[in-house]
Write a protein that binds this ligand. Sequence first.
Ligand code: SF4
Length: 62
Amino acid sequence: MEVSIDLEKCAGHARCYAASPELFDLDESGYALNAEISVPDGDEPAAREAVASCPERAIHER
Ligand code: SF4
């Protein structure tokens, strides 16, 4: 599984990091840094929680 983040939409809420800190890297202002993330086996539930938690709908499962 992979997730992509539309960095133009990201508004720095850091909810993705709260849902899955091992998958998401943020800058010092709380904005997502990586547009493409490979999700290791077993981390899919946390990744889906992050997708659902993003208020900007900026994270998409691929
Ligand atoms: S939850 Fe969404 S808007 Fe907030 S930092 Fe993560 S990707 Fe950006």
